[in-house]
Design a protein around this ligand. Structure first.
Ligand SMILES: [Fe+2]
Ligand SMILES: [Fe+2]
Length: 438
């Protein structure tokens, strides 16, 4: 199915659901006029299930998401659906494989009832024995990530419009991501594999923040320090809003003068961050120092002798890792493993060895997002790395041992199957977009 077709199907499904919710009051259950749209919905759902195992329907910041499709300017029926979901304060609904017209009828009826919240909806589905529709309890990590990108985009825009940016949304997102970082730092690294190249600056900012939180959490820093590192990462390049666009977007090498102009982004950024409400002073320090190298070269020159906090050194490692794993006009992306090698080569000069050590511990031999060959000859992407001989802990198998691509990737725990990683595989050679699996 082409993604256009998917988009169309998602739109139609949401429109029918919206209509079903409104029509719920007019026809008795089982009436032929009320049944037809639900039959079509079930068919659309099964088409969409070919793209993804389950279809998530959710509203994030006024944007309706149906599976992987986003509707930024919803039509009136879609707006109506958003309103219903928001009214019930639902984080979202998951529609699983095998959903029937009857299941969807129950859903529409429950959504059409006034009042009630997630708990009531869940009860109603359970009572009607609907097992294919799930009310989402918690926001998924990738949703939080998307919100982070939105928050950063807003901050950049506000600065562009000459305003002091509001930090509220960013702080909410940082708090939630920091909590995950403390529990399972390696998971966060997987998030940074999601790369869409059209908004590089925002995504890079979020990735650096996410990586900084993973690193600081695995260093055993306090939750507050993890949040500081996260915010410093999110905002590290915010000063670029004050740099001439011609220089910023110049694909070739910068002249000395242009380079000096570009270097101002650290101190400009620190000045902006100092004005943001609720953002601790250490965040501004982290931003100021993110290009001061471990050997105290780097810029701004006047900041070299300052006692810069640990956040700037952490952000420097995160910045280096994300920049090297991203495709850019003038440089092909490096595989996670090669990016790790590059970081290793900068240890002691550009980067703090202790922080690099922690980072390498976190990434293991085959970092999250690496495409690898197992000793069973299967091709898989690393989800959870491991420091053990086996090379990875959890992987998703994409190609079986006969070289056949799997329709549904198979999640494997290598400790249980006894398999090991043999080698890295070049995703470009296999035509695989690794980021699609996170
Ligand atoms: Fe920078
Ligand atoms: Fe950067």
């Amino acid at each position: 199915m082409s993604s256009d077709e998917g988009l169309h199907n998602a739109h139609r499904l949401a429109t029918l659901l919206s209509g079903g919710i409104r029509g719920g009051g007019y026809y008795p259950p089982g009436h032929p006029a009320s049944r037809q749209p639900f039959i079509e919905m079930a068919q659309l759902a099964s088409l969409l299930h070919r793209e993804e195992g389950e279809i998530r329907v959710a509203v994030v910041d006024g944007v309706l998401a149906v599976g992987e499709h986003l509707f930024f300017a919803p039509t009136p029926p879609l707006q109506e659906l958003c309103r219903r979901l928001e009214e019930k304060e639902l984080l979202g609904i998951n529609i699983k494989k095998g959903v029937s017209a009857d299941d969807l009828t129950v859903l529409a009826k429950l959504l059409g009832q006034p009042g009630g919240g997630a708990e009531q909806l869940r009860e109603g589905l359970k009572e009607a024995s609907v097992a294919t529709i799930e009310v989402r309890e918690e926001e998924t990590l990738s949703q939080t990530y998307a919100e982070a990108v939105g928050a950063i985009a807003e901050i950049f825009n506000e600065i562009g419009n000459g305003r002091i940016p509001n930090s509220r949304k960013m702080i909410t997102v940082v708090t939630s991501l920091a909590a995950t970082a403390v529990k399972e730092p390696a998971t966060l690294i997987g998030l940074t594999m999601i790369k869409q190249y059209d908004n590089y600056t925002f995504q890079h900012s979020v990735n650096v923040g996410v990586l900084a939180m993973a690193i600081s959490a695995s260093m055993g820093l306090s939750p507050h320090e993890v949040e500081v590192a996260g915010m410093a990462g999110f905002l590290h390049d915010v000063g670029k809003t004050g740099i001439n666009k011609m220089i910023l977007n110049k694909p070739g090498k910068l002249s000395n003068e242009e380079f000096r102009e570009m270097q101002r982004h650290s101190e400009l950024g620190a000045e902006i961050v100092r004005q943001m409400e609720g953002v601790p002073e250490q965040v501004a320090e982290g931003v100021l120092g993110h290009h001061v190298r471990h050997d105290r070269t780097g810029y701004p020159e006047w900041a070299r002798p300052l006692p810069l906090g640990v956040a700037s050194a952490i952000v420097a490692v995160a910045d280096c890792y994300d920049a090297t794993t991203t495709l850019r006009a003038y440089q092909p992306p490096l595989a996670p493993k090669q990016a790790v090698e590059r970081i290793r080569s900068m240890t002691g000069t550009g980067l703090d060895p202790e922080i690099v050590d922690r980072f390498l511990e976190l990434t293991g031999k085959f970092p999250t997002g690496s495409l690898v060959r197992l000793d069973s000859n299967e091709i898989a992407v690393v989800m959870t790395p491991s420091r053990e001989e086996r090379g990875a802990s959890v992987v998703k198998v994409l190609i079986d041992s006969d070289g056949k691509p799997l329709a549904d990737p198979l999640v494997k725990n290598l400790a249980l199957t006894g398999e090991s990683v043999v080698d890295l595989v070049d995703p470009l050679l296999k035509g695989i977009d690794v980021s699609a699996y996170f």
